[in-house]
Design a protein around this ligand. Sequence first.
Ligand code: ATP
Ligand code: MG
Length: 417
Amino acid sequence: MLDNESTYSVFPESDERTSIEYTEVVLARLGEITLKGQNRRRFEQRLIKNMAHRLRRIGSFEVNQRHSRIWIVPQNEESLAAIDGALDIATDVFGIVSASKVRRFESDPDALRRQSIAYVAEEIKPKKGMTFKVETKRGNKQYPLNSMEISAEIGGDILAAFPELTVDVHDPDFIIYLEVRDEMYVYSKIVPGVRGLPIGMSGRGMLLISGGIDSPVAGYMMASRGVELEAIYFHTFPYTSDRAKEKVVSLAHLLTKYTGRIKLHVVDFTETQLTLNKLVPPEMMTLVMRRMMLRVAEVVAKQRYCGALITGESLGQVASQTMEALAATNSVVSLPIFRPLIGIDKDATVEIARRIGTFEVSILPYEDCCTVFVAKHPKTRPSLSQADEAEKKLDINYLVEDCINKIDTVLLKAEDL
Ligand code: ATP
Ligand code: MG
């Protein structure tokens, strides 16, 4: 609990503290400092644009960049009240390494002292036995004290105001960060961001998304490298239920938390699937089905200016994900296929799925078409000629065309989450 007496010894008139003038802003720190020249500028411009766009749904914010940081400044009272939401959004925008909610006030030694004490009282709510330290960055070199001196002085003021606290410079319970620039800032929490590259910096990719754990994670990973996502799902109603489709829609929607928006193309795959069932040897079914999906996905990808296809495949996980099977799927498309999970084991994928919030939906028990139609003993090492042979009786062009004509597209937005 706060020791009132010690607090009010610093604020002799009780309403002085409430009259302290400050505003709250979000300070977000940029990553990938290894980027140079033109790339660096593109990185920053993209990031600012993405950030401003993502913030628009919760209020009116100005987004400025100075050095390797972004300042998010509320433009009115309602937006100021939404500052915690702005912090949440900022840490989910790719390119941000960390962010803090910061109190900003006029540059003045007395204000620094009073604001620091008020901050500790209101935001930390010190308790007996807690330890702290002060860390200062001084951008304004005109300021009479250097950063060490500022930390020592303000640390002393905080100790005097809160006798229940002690200083521990090695392992404190909280750190008071001060910045002395044209204006001054105080904050204590640094929230980690999602890092990566700003969405849109690396072109656009078409994610083959299913209801499983892997493909949403694969989409997230490519998005974190700056790829703007579109998604395509092959639906085999009634062999897979509409609830299975809803699950895929939910998963794609969850990804918009990081991407802003995603166009999801739902392909009615039933007729193609039934044709394959009739005309393809069972042990080759999974592979041929995958090849059909990729062919269709590539046509849609090219129409939508995507430069790559993305899947959740991981080497050796199932029969259709052997080196030979992957080679046989690659051979039917010309766009590169990005498989960010190729060298990652399931536990690591699950961990990412949990962190990004898709896991709980992915494990809902709705069948996917691969489990409905798959053979008991698929061929694990199909050669290219065996794969081509298995498709001999198919009118590939007709089937692809048929799928393209049966696409339903939905636009999913972060603001509707
Ligand atoms: P996931 O967990 O993503 O479903 P998985 O380990 O179950 O992957 P498979 O079912 O063999 O693997 O699918 C491999 C990849 O093929 C998926 O990660 C996804 O990219 C794509 N895929 C599978 N089924 C579909 C589908 N119905 N629609 C779109 N893409 C699909
Ligand atoms: Mg699957």
